[in-house]
Design a protein around this ligand. Structure first.
Ligand SMILES: Nc1ncnc2c1ncn2[C@@H]1O[C@H](COP(=O)(O)OP(=O)(O)OP(=O)(O)O)[C@@H](O)[C@H]1O
Length: 481
C-alpha cells in the first residue's frame, strides 16, 4: 500500500542519512560513578513519558492509570534500544534507551544532527528541565509518593495517607510546636548555609505501639507535601547499602526508619546493635548525609532507654516527641471523631478510671470505638472495663491474647469483674445454684461463668471477636546485619 511504501522509503532515507550525515551522540547514565542518581536521567525519563509521541515508539508499557478508565504509556527501561523521536525547534531529536549488559544500569542516548547541535542542545535540555518542573509541580499537587526499599533500590507507590495534624489526636501544644518547628525549618535554607550546617532536621518519635507515631509521620508528610522514603532495615544488608539508599533519595523528602530500637537495643544482640549503631550514626550525620537538601529524617522507637545514647544526642536528633498511651483528653477527642460524642453520662467515670493510669493505646481505643460505632455506650463501657481489669492487650497472637485475658480474668474476677466482656449491656443475674470460681457470690454482678467455673466457649468466642477487632501491629521482627 501507499503508506507502507512511504514507511519503507522513510526508513531507507533515515539509514542513508545515518550513513552520510554525521550524528552527535550524548549519553545520560542513570547513575554516576558513586551510584548517585543522575537527576538529568530522571528529568529525561519523566519528560519522555509525558510526550504524546511515546505511542509511536517501538516498545512501550501500558499501565492502568489512577482513574479507573485511564491507561498510561510508560517507557520500559528494562528493555533496551527503545527509540523515542521528539521534535524541537523544527529539528528531529532521537532518544535511545540503553542497558549495560554487565552492570544492568540504564542510560539514555540523545542523537542529534551535528549541524543542529549548537543551536539545539542547550535550549533542548533547558526545555526538558522546564517541562520536568511543570510535571513535578502538577504531580505534587495531585500525588505524593511513598518509596520503600527492596535491597539497594527504591520502588514507589502513590502516597495517599489521609492523616493530617487535625486528625492526629495528641496535645495541641505539642502539635503547634512541631508545626512551628517545621515552618521555621522550611524557611531556613540561608540560615543553615550561613552556619555551615546541612539543611535537614531529625526527629525521634517514641512511645508504645499504637499511639500514633506512624500516623503522625503521615501527617507531617502531608503538611510538608514531601515524598516519604521508608527504609526497611531488615532489607538492608550492610552499611554501604544504607549509604546507597540515602544517596538515591531526593530533596524535599521525609526519610523514615521505624522501630529503630529493635536494631540498636543492647538487650538483644550486642554486636549487631554496635554494627547498626555505627551505620545509623553515619546515616544521621555522617558525610553522606549531606547529599541533598531540605530533608526531614524521622526515627521511631518504642523505648529509647535501651540504646546507645550517643545516637540521640542533639545534632543527631533535633526534636524528641513522646507518644504516651491514650489519656482522658485524647480519649475524648477519639470519642468525638469516632462516635460523634462531645459528652456522655459515662465521661465522669471514664475520667476517674483514666486518672488511675492509661492502659490502652489510641489504636486499641479506636478499634473499640470503630467496632462499636452503632452503640457508643457499649464502646465507653468496654473502655471502662478494660481499664478496670488492668488487662494489657499486647500479646502478639490472638490465642496468647485470649490466654492472657483469661488468666487475668480468673485472677481478678472476684474483685474486678470484667464487664467489658459482656455483649449485653445489662448484667445478667447470677443463679443461686451456680458454681462460681474464687468464692464469687450472687450479689456480685458478673455474667459469663458456666457450671465448671471457667469461662464458657461463648465467652472465649466473644474474646476472640473482641481481640480480632484490635489491629495490633505484627510482631516487630527483622533480620540484622
Ligand atoms: N494519636 C492518634 N490519633 C489518631 N489515631 C491514632 C493515634 N494513634 C493511633 N491511632 C490509630 O491507630 C492506628 C495505629 O497507629 P500507628 O500505626 O500510627 O501507631 P504507632 O505508634 O506507629 O505503632 P507502632 O509503634 O506499632 O508502629 C492508626 O491507623 C490510627 O488510626
Amino acid at each position: 500500500s501507499k503508506t507502507s511504501l512511504l514507511d519503507i522509503l522513510k526508513k531507507w532515507l533515515r539509514l542513508l542519512e545515518e550513513k552520510c550525515c554525521v550524528y552527535q551522540y550524548y549519553k545520560v547514565p542513570q547513575f554516576n560513578d558513586n551510584m548517585q542518581e543522575n537527576q538529568l536521567y530522571r528529568q529525561i525519563s519523566t519528560y519522555l513519558n509525558s510526550l504524546p509521541c511515546l505511542e509511536d515508539s517501538n516498545f512501550i508499557n501500558l499501565f492502568s492509570g489512577y482513574k479507573s478508565n485511564e491507561i498510561n504509556l510508560l517507557l520500559d527501561d528494562s528493555n533496551q534500544n527503545i527509540i523515542v523521536v521528539d521534535n524541537f525547534l523544527g529539528a528531529r531529536v532521537c532518544w535511545i534507551n540503553e542497558k549495560d549488559d554487565k552492570t544492568g544500569l540504564n542510560s539514555f542516548v540523545l542523537k542529534i544532527r551535528k549541524k543542529d547541535k549548537r543551536r539545539l542542545l542547550r535550549p533542548y535540555l533547558q526545555h526538558i528541565h522546564t517541562k520536568f518542573d511543570e510535571i513535578e509541580q502538577r504531580g505534587n499537587e495531585v500525588m505524593m509518593r511513598l518509596f520503600i526499599n527492596i535491597n539497594r533500590r527504591w520502588i514507589s507507590v502513590p502516597f495517599t495517607h489521609p492523616a493530617t495534624f487535625d486528625t492526629v489526636v495528641m496535645e495541641q501544644d505539642l502539635k503547634n510546636k512541631v508545626k512551628a518547628d517545621l515552618d521555621t525549618f522550611l524557611k531556613s535554607k540561608q540560615h543553615y548555609t550561613r552556619i555551615g550546617r546541612i539543611w535537614k532536621r531529625n526527629y525521634l518519635l517514641y512511645g508504645p505501639s499504637g499511639t500514633g507515631k506512624s500516623t503522625f509521620i503521615a501527617a507531617m508528610a502531608n503538611f510538608l507535601s514531601y515524598d516519604v522514603y521508608e527504609i526497611n532495615l531488615s532489607k538492608v544488608s550492610n552499611n554501604s547499602d544504607l549509604k546507597l539508599l540515602l544517596l538515591q533519595t531526593m530533596n524535599k523528602s521525609l526519610i523514615v526508619i521505624e522501630d529503630l530500637d529493635i536494631y540498636l537495643s543492647y538487650s538483644c544482640d550486642k554486636s549487631a546493635a554496635l554494627t547498626w549503631s555505627s551505620a545509623i550514626l553515619n546515616f544521621m550525620d555522617g558525610i553522606f548525609s549531606c547529599c541533598g537538601d531540605e530533608r526531614v529524617m524521622i526515627f521511631t522507637m518504642n523505648n529509647k532507654d535501651q540504646i546507645d545514647q550517643t545516637v540521640l544526642r542533639p545534632g543527631r536528633i533535633d526534636f524528641h516527641m513522646h507518644f504516651p498511651l491514650c489519656d482522658f483528653n485524647a480519649f475524648k477527642s477519639l470519642a468525638t471523631s469516632h462516635l460523634g460524642l462531645k459528652d456522655h453520662k459515662l465521661f465522669p467515670q471514664l475520667e476517674e478510671v483514666f486518672q488511675n493510669g492509661s492502659v490502652l493505646s489510641h489504636a486499641e481505643i479506636s478499634e473499640i470505638m470503630i467496632s462499636n460505632r452503632s452503640s457508643p455506650s457499649r464502646a465507653l463501657k468496654l473502655v471502662i472495663s478494660a481499664h478496670q481489669s488492668h488487662t494489657k492487650l499486647l500479646p502478639s497472637t490472638t490465642s496468647d491474647k485470649i490466654k492472657t485475658i483469661q488468666t487475668n480474668i480468673e485472677a481478678n474476677v472476684a474483685t474486678k469483674p470484667p464487664l467489658w466482656l459482656s455483649k449485653s449491656r445489662s448484667v445478667r443475674p447470677v443463679e443461686e445454684s451456680a458454681v462460681f470460681p474464687q468464692g464469687l457470690r450472687k450479689s456480685q454482678s458478673v455474667r459469663p461463668v458456666n457450671e465448671l467455673g471457667t469461662f464458657g466457649k461463648e465467652s472465649v468466642n466473644e474474646l476472640s471477636n473482641f481481640y480480632g477487632l484490635i489491629r495490633i501491629r505484627s510482631s516487630r521482627g527483622g533480620s540484622r546485619i
